[in-house]
Design a protein around this ligand. Structure first.
Ligand code: AMP
Ligand code: MG
Length: 354
């Protein structure tokens, strides 16, 4: 693709500058691409009613063409523009979670082109909870298709710098609104089946969703195990691709920290002996255990505060690359609340899970 000049505008999320938002919205209306912060991660936005803009998103990210985009709206009632036959359960979820990190898959309307849904007859839609995202979408006056603003396969971007690392020269504008608060992407739930199925765990927890829906299923792909390409088209097409991978190899250690820490120490020693530069992503509770080793140690936060771990996990994977790690050994976290989404991302990032 022909390189473009990527501008960067710094905008206050609590009081978005009107002129900056207008400038960005005009780019969207003209079919251009704008990366912007949401409460989950940075999104790469294009006009969701314009097939050419959608195609540019796929091209800029190097995204496989059969992996559909999430459509973002600025008002709850705009759901009806892009989705039809919305069941009561979906309306209940809107009441509880929007604006917020929950994406619903529903039958689509004619407003959403094939280029956005990768030809599926459903659309994935959400209303983000972020001052800049909401102001931008409202000003553009159209639903905005926005996958995470990273090169396909890389860790998702939680700062404007991450976006620039991946997409400079490929998109028109980055709105820098500081780090994104949640740090993992939205939960994707398929509302076209009964009971509804969580296709991707994310910022809205399974526990909170169950409170509204009662029964909810979890797709096997949502656990984070990799699906071989030979298994054909899964329910959520994005699930079959490599994801969230830094340049360094990731090895994930699951289980009780009392057993995991000694295994991780032994693995690190073996790798150091082979001349490898080893990174360890641990938690506040365990970081002291790695002090004697010549490794890069980074804590993602306390095991008792998984919202902090979620907000840091992608940035840390990128930091290990920046600091030259060959291999990152990662401690798993408990799979409750946001831990379900964190472990999904880590399993997909990992080449080996023990
Ligand atoms: P991202 O690009 O990180 O925003 O991821 C979007 C996720 O939503 C991917 O896993 C997609 O496969 C999934 N998705 C988007 N649209 C649909 C749809 N119509 N049906 C099922 N999954 C979808
Ligand atoms: Mg993504």
């Amino acid at each position: 693709m022909r390189p473009v000049e990527t501008r960067v505008l710094v905008v206050d999320p609590d009081k978005p500058d009107v002129a900056a938002i207008r400038y960005a919205a005009r780019i969207l209306q003209d079919g251009g691409l704008v990366a912007f912060p949401t409460e989950t991660v940075y999104g790469l936005g294009g006009d969701a009613t314009n097939p050419r803009a959608a195609m540019r998103i796929f091209e800029a990210k190097g995204r496989p063409p059969d992996n559909p985009l999430i459509v973002h709206i600025a008002r709850r009632e705009d759901l009806w523009l892009v989705a039809r036959d919305v069941p009561q359960a979906a309306q209940d979820l809107v009441e509880r979670f929007w604006p917020g990190p929950l994406t619903m898959v529903l039958p689509r309307t004619g407003m959403v082109p094939d280029a956005v849904t990768a030809g599926l007859d459903t659309v994935a839609v959400r209303m983000p909870d972020h001052g800049i995202a909401l102001a931008l979408i409202a000003e553009a006056g159209v639903p905005v298709a926005a996958p995470s603003a990273n090169t396909s396969g890389k860790p998702s971007p939680t700062t404007a710098d991450h976006v620039i690392q991946d997409l400079a020269g490929r998109i028109d504008l980055v709105i820098d609104g500081g780090p994104t608060p949640v740090g993992v992407e939205s939960t994707v739930i398929d509302m076209t089946s009964t009971p509804p199925v969580i296709l991707r765990p994310g910022g809205a927890t399974r526990e909170d969703i169950s409170e509204v829906l009662g029964e909810v299923m979890v797709s096997p792909v949502a656990l984070g195990t990799k699906m071989p390409l030979s298994e054909g088209v899964p329910r959520s097409p994005g699930m079959k691709y490599t994801h969230y991978s830094p340049d360094a190899e990731v090895r994930l250690f699951e289980g009780d920290p009392r057993r995991v820490v000694p295994r991780l120490q032994a693995e690190a020693k073996g790798l150091i002996a082979m001349g490898k530069r080893v990174g360890i992503m641990c938690t506040d509770e365990t970081k002291g255990a790695y002090q004697g080793l010549s490794v890069l140690v980074k804590s993602a936060g306390s095991r008792r505060d998984l919202s902090t771990v979620a907000s840091r996990v992608f940035a840390l994977l990128r930091e290990f690359d920046r600091d030259g790690a060959d291999i990152i050994l990662v401690e798993g976290v408990p799979e409750t609340g946001l831990g379900f989404a964190i472990m999904n991302r880590l399993r997909k990032a990992a080449s080996i899970t023990r």
